[in-house]
Design a protein around this ligand. Sequence first.
Ligand SMILES: Cc1cc2nc3c(=O)[nH]c(=O)nc-3n(C[C@H](O)[C@H](O)[C@H](O)COP(=O)(O)OP(=O)(O)OC[C@H]3O[C@@H](n4cnc5c(N)ncnc54)[C@H](O)[C@@H]3O)c2cc1C
Length: 423
Amino acid sequence: MSRSVVVIGGGLAGLVAARHLADGGADVTLYEANETVGGRVTSQTDAGYTLDRGFQVLFTAYPAVQRELDLDALDLRRFAPGATIARPGKRSVLADPLGDPTAALASLRTDEVTTTDKLRTLALRQDLGTRAYDELLDRPDASIREWLQEWGFSEQYIGNFIAPFYGGITLDRSLSTSKRVFEYTFKALSDGDSAVPAAGMAAIPKQLAEAAADSGATIHTDEAVTELRQKRRHAVVVTDSDRRAVDAVVVATGPRPAARLTGCESIPTAGIGCVTQHYRLPDADPLDTGRRLLLNAGGTAPNTVVPMSTVAPEYAPDDTVLLNATFLGEEAINTASEHLATQTRETLSAWYPDRSFERLEPLRTDRIPFAQFAQPPGVHESLPDVRDGGRRTYLAGEYTEWSSIQGAMKSGRKAAQAVLEDH
Ligand SMILES: Cc1cc2nc3c(=O)[nH]c(=O)nc-3n(C[C@H](O)[C@H](O)[C@H](O)COP(=O)(O)OP(=O)(O)OC[C@H]3O[C@@H](n4cnc5c(N)ncnc54)[C@H](O)[C@@H]3O)c2cc1C
């Protein structure tokens, strides 16, 4: 008889776990509390606009992304490398500081960043190029800021480019996050692209869910697990409409519900949030940043403005432009939507004094109090192991690796392998 396994949670970690378990011959049932799978990676389509929940992108070079996804089928729309550094009255394109050394040299004239910084960036790229991804999370740790200072980068470079760019990735503009996250994402950006699927980020979990179902997993949405009991010979999973005794359980919820369900104390429960506001600009004239992010070097709110419909024209009707702006920090979560929109209008007007943003219209505001678990230096050493959930319970989720699509997918595969090894 095949072993029976319940997966709790249909985010990226749970979906990957379900597929590998089913491929390994297990009888798999996945319960997802929400109406759709995807967890933190979701999108909605409304009146011709595709709005991802929060601004997030897929790094194509992530090893788990390469392994778990059919990237061709996702029909990716790629960002141009680099970014536009913006401040009142001035915009400078930093062509490709990480990927293509020749483009980086071509952009040497950008006076936001010194020549020494660019040469150090190339040296850093070479150094990381010699290392395997897995090694990066085991290296000695420090905050991103301390580590870049150690490398000799100028405060100008750190403030104008790194703080808004990596602050956008880590949701922490102070750069107090672990430098391991910086190294991993820096290497991934050097090795590949950042992109969104033409149909929105939700296409990623949709593809994973289809693969899990094709492998034989059964997925129940809108069905939360309310209780998990661990017995010697089996585990019992309780939902509002079901109660099931199984050989093993993979808890692939976010960290807080996982801590509640399992009682595992090493699950990190501190989170970092952000707010992303989506806007329609009712003229078809895109911003001159092309497919690059705009980084706010002259202030902090918003941290970035992203020309979504320039990157992915499918995200908006033909005659309009879709932008989004992300605000970092606790304060943003409690700021009124209209005030956030005013901040974006004023910031864009300062960056583009010749254009009017009066008609910039907010479409939706995503307030996300827990977007990533907090990753101060050293945190990765204390994260729980896949087998720390209890007798027949296995942990999956980014919080067992590091906060990212890569961490989530890798954790799902590891949890599935552990179950298949043990049962
Ligand atoms: C705004 C934002 C921006 C981000 N940007 C990026 C980025 O650019 N690149 C990147 O790599 N990563 C990014 N991330 C991080 C990445 O999205 C997450 O690390 C990853 O999606 C986490 O996946 P997960 O499966 O571990 O957890 P989750 O996505 O949290 O999935 C957990 C699932 O469990 C379900 N669940 C919870 N409790 C129960 C229960 N009791 N019963 C049943 N189901 C339950 C939840 O509904 C959820 O669907 C971002 C995240 C956010 C929110």
